[in-house]
Write a protein that binds this ligand. Sequence first.
Ligand code: C2E
Ligand code: CA
Ligand code: CA
Length: 671
Amino acid sequence: MVMSYIKNRFKNSLFSLSGYLVLSIVIIHVLLLPVMYYTLLDSYKEHSYDRFIGHNNEVAGMLSDVISTKDLSNDEFDIIKILESSSLGDGVVYIELIDSNDSTYLYNESNAEDKKFVEDALVNANEDNTYFLSFPVYFKNNKDKISQLKLGFDETNVIEEYEAVKRTTAIILIAYFVAVLVLVSSIIRIIHRPLRLLRSQSKEIADGNLELPLTNTSCLKEIRFLTDDLEKMRGSLVGLAERMQYKATHDELTHLPNRYLFNDRLEQSIAISERENKEFSILLLDLDRFKEINDTLGHGVGDEVLKVVSDRMMLGLRDSDTVARIGGDEFSFILMNVNQILAERIAKKIIELVEPVFEINDHSLKVGASIGVSVFPLDGTDPELLMRRADVAMYNAKHNNLQISSYHPDMDSDHYEKLMLTNDLRSSIDNGLFEPFFQPKISLLTGETCGCELLLRWNHPNLGLIYPDKFIPLAERENLIGDLTRWAISSSLHEFESIVEKNADFHVSINVSPIDLLDAALFESINDILKTINFPEKNLFIEVTENAIMKNPARSADILNKFNNKGIVVSIDDFGTGYSSLSYLQKFPISELKIDKSFIYGLTKESNNYPIVSATITMAHDLGIVVVAEGVESQSVIDLLKEMGCDRVQGYHFSHPLNVDGFKQWLADQS
Ligand code: C2E
Ligand code: CA
Ligand code: CA
């Protein structure tokens, strides 16, 4: 562990700029310094030793010249004198004069005794600290015979001087080497420090810390350039991050904050209001009829509408308020320090701003809005609850056509069930969790079953059996009712092929909701389904309510005529609960009329409904319309209806709605 750490450190330091620099400088100097050292010393040595030898030869030459003027036999005393005086100077430590007859005149200093003459070619050659040389002498009287002057010079000075120079040179070179290393390390530091700073700043950037600008005061141009480039890069990263941050937190179309930013602001608002002990309100706005605009005029127009609407909404807000687009046509507001009363007033102002007609691509458009209000801390202290309650209030406003509604605890449970069911609708259609049930219709004339009404049931995986009163409105709102109707017909009508084959008058009634009625595609899909099965058009009844017709009488007439022309029978459902004008309904191709069960189940001769039911039957017959009484629960009611001339009846007295097998069994039991 420790070893590998050290190894790594070493590797890191070696394979770095400073590593390479130090290594190369050391290598260069290890090679160069000895060469320098020896070259310097050699040249010094040569010079100083040559000078020493030259000088000695000069001394020897002079001495030789002086004694050459003497006569060896007569001037012996003079010669000794000369030699004696010579030994005093110039470091001469040994003098010997050998004449031609080999008689020796030896001048002998006190230490000359120890010296043994060995001629030297070089200085410091024989480790005797003496440089010995011999020189020829030609005495005046004895010119032909050569005498020898042998001299010894003290070498210690010149050797010591040389040793001193050697030491000094070594010290100078070592000092130079150390100075180079110091210089290199400070250069490394000059490069390293700003590089290290740059590195740590780049690391900060890599970690996403983009706020601090890069600083580098290095005197090195290259590093300044590098810093500038990195700073530019940081600048563009900051810009990029800001753009990305904006994109992540804003809606691209309206440029309003999105759900993500809204949640963030909501949390902040809660924290602030909690601290300051203040209220704030949330508005949840859902546009009315937006889906219709989108579906009929296209998404381009839809987008423009959203832009106009969001611009208009902004006009109603203060700087401290937030408005965000949190869904397709859903907007959310945070109104700081605003209580419920004020919030409702602001909501009203917003609706007034949104509502005026505007033009897009030559279309004059008007959109309304429904707003739900929830208030902190009254309706909740956490974001989720506040939003959920604003949502509950908004649905309440929408369903009751209130435009604005503030949350109230009573709204909760009902709303939640609806929301959950809405979520499950689509998948339940796809997964076949709906089941068609059939309720028999009995002819009062024959007492036989003349048909049945298809009534859907939903086998919800968690909630069990759910009745149409609950899911039909949801399916209508979610635009799934058409799919549901198509599915109901295509999955069950073929079950009656053999029944209508045996009984040509037997009919199956299906319920067509107001939305279905305006949907031209339904007619086509019913046609398509009928083509694939053996079921005659005349045996199919469609039940529509007066209210459905009155929503758009012209269009309804159009579509009902199509059905009628095709042979499909049109029946008016729930008669009595709506517009209830038979003379008006006369304009439509109607063959059957079903009196609503609310008139039927408690019916007696004395009840207020009696004259109404009676008159309805009479008038319908006058118009050639067959009358069905729904909700027949007792024999006494049957008797009354028979008396009044009602044609058909339907109700629990005969049978509750049954599933396919149950209904087939029921038919079999009747015959
Ligand atoms: P509706 O068309 O008026 O259907 C008759 C309703 O009265 C059925 O309720 C039936 O079960 C109930 N009923 C029958 N006999 C009696 C009786 O003697 N007494 C009482 N009190 N009620 C009786 P259900 O099945 O709950 O359906 C409710 C409504 O849901 C239907 O009213 C119809 O408008 C709608 N609906 C049912 N299935 C469909 C469908 O597939 N498509 C559409 N668009 N609507 C449907
Ligand atoms: Ca019906
Ligand atoms: Ca009905």
